[in-house]
Design a binder for this molecule. Structure first.
Ligand code: DX5
Ligand code: ZN
Length: 216
């Protein structure tokens, strides 16, 4: 079983982003999670291409870009050009997921799809064979520091079962409210990748927090 920690730089100190990303580069995190918000799909605005390019320069780790934007198909290729290795978009935000998936593929990046807590996990079924990852949102997208929604565990288990035949290599990522207290349960439910914002950047020693999440 794979275990990957993807710290979310949304919770980093943006005044010292370079320092935060270099710390992640030294840490046992395999991925760096980058939350892009447009103020329309979610009631918050984070950052875009120039910041992603700066992050790209500061790390060799896999850049895992989570797009919380409407009409993602308009921008996915630019995110790949700016340095994203994995581009994940919300099914709720996209009228034509097949096209969006194809555009990401054509850009050379890996493809992820994601759903909000209220969206049934069944929604992802028809795309499972043509994506690399499904991200289960375990909080309402838009803000770090929220509580993990416990019903997400059933969605993770259902997704694992669903993917067992159609795409056993599928990565299952979980994002929102992950702590040292619940990480093991989430891995055990079938997650491969855990995103963690406040648990990492709110810790006195973020590198140790990453290590502890990984070896929980
Ligand atoms: C929320 C973002 C998350 C967020 C997680 O919209 O997608 O990646 O940064 O933060 P924590 O780990 O604090 O819940
Ligand atoms: Zn995220």
């Amino acid at each position: 079983m794979r275990r990957i920690i993807a710290p979310s730089i949304l919770s980093a100190d943006f005044g010292h982003l370079d320092r935060a990303v270099r710390m992640l580069d030294r840490s046992s995190a395999e991925w760096v999670h980058v939350d892009v918000m447009d103020g329309v799909f979610v009631p918050n605005i984070s950052f875009g291409f120039p910041v992603l390019k700066a992050v790209r320069k500061a790390t060799r780790k896999l850049l895992d870009v989570h797009l919380m934007i409407v009409e993602p198909e308009r921008y996915v290729q630019r995110f790949a050009q700016a340095g994203a290795d994995m581009v994940t978009f919300h099914l709720e935000a996209c009228a034509d997921p097949a096209r969006c998936i194809a555009l990401i593929r054509a850009s050379g990046a890996r493809v992820g799809i994601t759903i909000k807590p209220a969206t049934p996990v069944e929604t992802v079924r028809k795309w499972l064979q043509i994506v690399d990852m499904v991200l289960i949102m375990s909080v309402e997208p838009g803000f770090g520091g929220q509580r993990f929604i416990p019903e997400s565990l059933d969605k993770i288990r259902a997704l694992r079962r669903m993917a067992a035949d159609s795409n056993p290599a599928l990565l299952v990522e979980v994002d929102g409210g992950i702590t040292l207290q619940n990480a093991r349960e989430i891995f055990d439910a079938g997650a491969d990748v855990l995103v963690a914002g406040s648990t990492v950047f709110g810790a006195e020693d973020p590198e140790t927090a990453i290590y502890d999440l990984l070896h929980i």
